[in-house]
Design a protein around this ligand. Structure first.
Ligand code: PMP
Length: 398
């Protein structure tokens, strides 16, 4: 028996008192039981990890830069990695220098640092409706007011951005293969969002973890290309190399990165030197480019498999997004079906999803769910979707 009461804590800070554990994390505990078919997690497929290539890169780093890899390093990040990322970003989007890259411990850390650096209690920040749950959790620590950007089937609608956006701290957006919807914003809307940001004088926080996971064609260029002077773009190695590395980066004007550096010094001094050097080696040797086609093919096949199953089993009155990349499909059920409530029964029948309500900053929509298709084998995707369809049908018939 522990000598401590389970509820014992030192007096809690205001920040902690207001925050709750992520329901996805709580849910994942149940969903990760081996007999559950889980469409709930946001994990990349373990099949996508280039284990042998990382082993080679690791050996090379230890052989050539062993002492450096195991030592403390600078808060900004390892020069070799910043340079390699700057070259890659220049090639994929718009020109940047190594000085415009801040290395972080996963893009989740960037969200937290940006919240701490740029949001005060009561500050207004704009988010898509729905948006990434982890961003909401990070920003909520600062107790902001959320303004939601109206969204339609093509993603956020910049035409609906009006004078109420003047003076907000920033708009946080995921324009490519969005989490949770899988939707990609068109080039036209990206340009228009950049124009609106200038017109109403706000910054854009562009989160781009999925941009490389396209299936048949590359997505439009990042929004940073259209408003580089007022955009911070977040990148990560989590979906292209390894989430276990906890390695991400922020691209943007150096002046806007400086406050993040000051905070990061206090938070963790710097991101792991070891994984930074291994990743730099993976970029320099072309591993990343060589590795991506197999990941894209895998995810495309998995996505088609889930779309086929939805088509086959889901009843009339339901609809879903058809992503061109990424990891998620967003399903809409008839308005009277509450996916929060349905979740318990789904788990009883050994299937898991994430209820849509988790992804709204303000008023939640209760008839949505996020399905991740990347980690479940095809035959189980079919079986799991069949069970979910049955649950939905029972509610439509009732
Ligand atoms: N942003 C979005 C939109 C995400 O989906 C995720 C991961 N699920 C993250 C940020 C965090 O990624 P990481 O910290 O692993 O880079």
């Amino acid at each position: 028996m522990s000598e401590f009461e389970l509820s014992a804590t030192p007096p809690k800070s205001v920040r902690t008192r207001g925050s709750q554990r992520s329901i996805i994390r709580e849910l994942l505990k149940l969903a990760s039981k081996p007999d559950v078919i889980s469409f709930a997690g946001g994990l990349p497929s373990p099949k996508s990890f280039p284990v042998e290539a990382i082993e080679k890169a690791t050996d090379w780093v230890l052989e050539h830069h062993g002492a450096q890899a195991l030592q403390y390093s600078s808060t900004e990040g390892e020069p070799a990695l910043r340079k390699a990322i700057a070259e890659r970003e220049t090639e994929l989007s718009a020109p940047v220098e190594a000085d415009n890259i801040q290395i972080v411990s996963g893009s989740q850390q960037a969200l937290d640092l940006i919240g701490s650096a740029y949001v005060d209690e009561g500050s207004v920040i704009a988010v898509e409706n729905p948006t990434y749950l982890g961003a909401l959790s990070a920003f909520k620590l600062q107790r902001p007011t959320f303004l939601t950007i109206p969204t339609d089937e093509y993603g956020l609608n910049p035409d609906k951005i009006g004078p109420e956006f003047r003076g907000i701290r920033f708009a946080y957006v995921i324009p490519t293969f969005q989490n949770p919807t899988g939707i990609t914003l068109s080039e036209e809307r990206r340009k228009k969002l950049a124009e609106k940001a200038r017109e109403y004088d706000f910054w854009i926080i562009e989160d781009n973890p999925y941009g490389e996971l396209w299936y048949d064609h590359q997505p439009p260029k990042p929004i940073r290309c259209y408003a580089p002077e007022r955009t911070l773009t977040l990148g990560t190695f989590s979906k292209v190399l390894s989430p276990g590395f906890r390695l991400g980066y922020v691209v943007g004007p150096k002046t806007a990165l400086d406050p993040l550096i000051v905070l990061k010094q206090a938070v963790d001094l710097h991101t792991s030197t070891f994984t930074q050097l291994i990743s730099a080696r993976c970029l320099d040797t072309g591993l990343m480019n060589a590795h991506m086609p197999a990941v894209r093919e895998l995810y495309k096949t998995q996505c088609s498999c889930m779309l086929e199953a939805l088509e086959k089993y889901f009843p009339q009155g339901t609809s879903w997004t058809k992503p061109d990349g990424g990891m998620f499909i967003w399903v809409t059920l008839p308005e009277y079906i509450n996916t929060d409530e349905m979740m318990k029964e789904a788990l009883d029948r050994k299937v898991a999803y994430v209820p849509g309500s988790a992804f709204y900053a303000n008023e939640p929509e209760l008839n949505k769910m996020r399905l991740s298709f990347v980690t479940v084998p095809p035959e189980k995707i079919d079986a799991g979707i069949k069970i979910l369809a049955q649950l939905v049908k029972e509610r439509i018939d009732a």
